[in-house]
Ligand binder design. Sequence first.
Ligand code: ADP
Length: 391
Amino acid sequence: MATITEQQIFDALKNVNDPDNGEDVVSLGMIQGMQVKDGHVAFAINVDPERGPHLEPLRKEAEKTVHDLPGVLTATVVLTAERMDAPSNSGGHNHGHDHDHAQQQASVAPGGGSGPQTGVDMEILAGTRAIIAVASGKGGVGKSTTAVNLALGLAASGKNVGLLDADIYGPSMPRMMGISGRPDTLDGRTLQPMENYGIKVMSMGFLVDEDTPMIWRGPMVQSALEQMMRDVNWGDLDVLVVDMPPGTGDAQLTMAQRVPLTGAVIVSTPQDIALLDARKGLNMFRKVDVPVFGIVENMSYFACPKCGERTDIFGHGGARETAAQMGTDFLGEIPLHLDIRETSDGGQPIVVSKPDSDHATAYKAVAGKVADKIEEAIAARASGAPRIVMD
Ligand code: ADP
């Protein structure tokens, strides 16, 4: 296959114009942090903070333009609002574009409430000590990558971990966990989960061919999910990590309502925090009385592969602020780095393939916080601590 060069990418991007002034993004010097490795391309488009929220179509166009080039396997483009005069290593500076509508929320005490929640089926996964949902306001923010590395981080600390791919519209766990084949059944009734890197995995991707077109209707989605919980021989687990379907629609809400979730982790990018999508995720879980453990900011900043210099991406730091405003915790930030993409897309997630790398360490730190939150939630539930939930 043809190898792609930086020059070819820049040439192609000369056809992508800034909608506000008609000039192309290369001539305007908006392209930043270009990374090209084995057909995988990532870069940022530098824009004014005020314009960021309106430039999603530009970002998409640039991504498609590069993705369509021969020799390009993947293209990841983010908007950044790094000011030329801003320090490049700031840990939490904010450009003031978190369009906050001052929706102050009361904080939610962690832990389960008093008695079963409406609609929750407590029989589901009775042998599992804690069930954690990993969710996002929209697709493509790195939810599955986070779920996998979080699960592996929990396993690395000695826990018995399961991973359920509930993203049945686009199951990615077989690929990310490097597992192929079909699950066995020992009794003709229940399925044995698949296993790799010491964790048990179940995904609709094991049960149907990847290229089989699937048109799921609401009730089918629900029953498929319930089967993957109920009719799979999970055994005794310390934690089941559930990779939720992206978004906050009815299917997600129903799912969150039916499963006795111990807590939820929201994954978002700086852009999607600016666009308020992360808040929708938070509010969805609050509506169904599930404690939100906190927010992980993914693709939070660039770590330049050549010089190691850090470039903050549009709105970086927004997650920490949003978390504080929403009365939930900030669980950590994961940089945009091709190593993360290659390892997760190649079936060797970074927490197992490069366990001592900075990125793996960042994921393990998130896992450590989540493990603490699980204990808090279980203790609070046992003590019947009252919860305050406000919409
Ligand atoms: P989602 O589950 O939200 O749709 P995925 O986890 O499938 O998102 O990630 C979308 C793409 O972005 C994948 O190709 C993944 O490898 C890549 N990706 C996720 N997080 C990062 C990161 N921090 N750095 C680089 N690439 C990432």
